[in-house]
Ligand binder design. Structure first.
Ligand SMILES: C[S@@+](CC[C@H](N)C(=O)[O-])C[C@H]1O[C@@H](n2cnc3c(N)ncnc32)[C@H](O)[C@@H]1O
Length: 229
């Protein structure tokens, strides 16, 4: 039976296993993180925000590109683990908070939302996207990464969650980077007035990677893409 996972469910998951998705070492996760970082660009960013940071593996990769990085998650166990392994980044701060309610005060030059939108119902999802939009500094960038294949414990259908967010943000923003692997999609948007968007590469490998592949084939592709991303 379909059972949606909420913040309490994630907390239970982290208590049972602090790295439930094998973030640090799984080739797929490494590939996904690399795609996310590519979509963020090299920066440097003044103030950045990572929503739903989990145990902080991505935060540690983002931190060198940011003067300040606020990383938030609803799981106290994940935040404690992220703090324990924060590394040598004085500008990196972790905060415990439930989205969309506890949205940190902006403005931010970069906002990263990876694998969070589909865990919210449509109202909360829309509210969170509106808060991201409002908290963005002029010329700022929003990066969204989400799975696009259906799975059981999502509150909103994965592809819909990403599409709704991109549609809402595109009213004021322009897509400067898009990678759709058929399994996840990462999109980077900047304000339409931002002068730098033209210089960026627009990537869409959706067609090249379809039809969907076995995990082994995908891992091989991931490996290949690590070279080119
Ligand atoms: C699948 S993990 C993704 C972690 C990380 N963003 C990534 O892409 O690797 C989903 C994360 O969202 C967090 N989360 C779920 N619902 C949340 C909410 N309402 N507010 C804040 N964090 C939430 C969970 O605690 C979990 O760490």
């Amino acid at each position: 039976m379909r059972e949606v996972i909420d913040a309490a469910g994630f907390e239970r998951k982290y208590r049972e296993n602090i790295d439930p998705w094998d973030y640090a070492t799984s080739p797929f996760e490494v590939f996904k993180r690399r795609a996310l970082l590519r979509a963020c660009g090299s920066g440097p960013f003044g103030r950045a925000l990572e929503l739903a940071c989990g145990t902080g593996v991505t935060s540690r990769a983002l931190a060198p590109r940011c003067l300040r990085l606020v990383a938030t998650d609803a799981s106290p166990t994940a935040i404690a683990e992220a703090r324990r392994h924060a590394g040598p980044w004085p500008g990196l701060r972790h905060r415990h908070g439930l989205l969309p309610r506890d949205f940190p005060p902006g403005p931010f030059d970069l906002i990263v939302a990876s694998e969070i939108l589909y865990y919210l119902g449509r109202r909360d999802l829309a509210l969170l996207v509106a808060r991201m939009d409002r908290a963005l500094a002029p010329g700022g960038r929003i990066v969204l990464l989400h799975h696009v294949v259906d799975f059981d414990d999502a509150a909103t259908r994965p592809r819909d969650a990403q599409r709704l967010a991109v549609m809402a943000l595109r009213r004021r923003m322009r897509v400067v980077f898009r990678l759709d692997t058929g399994r996840f999609e990462v999109v980077s948007l900047v304000a339409r007035s931002c002068p730098n968007w033209r210089r960026e590469r627009f990537l869409n490998v959706e067609k090249a990677l379809r039809p969907r592949r076995s995990f082994l084939e995908e891992a091989t592709l991931c490996h290949r893409f690590q070279m080119s991303l």
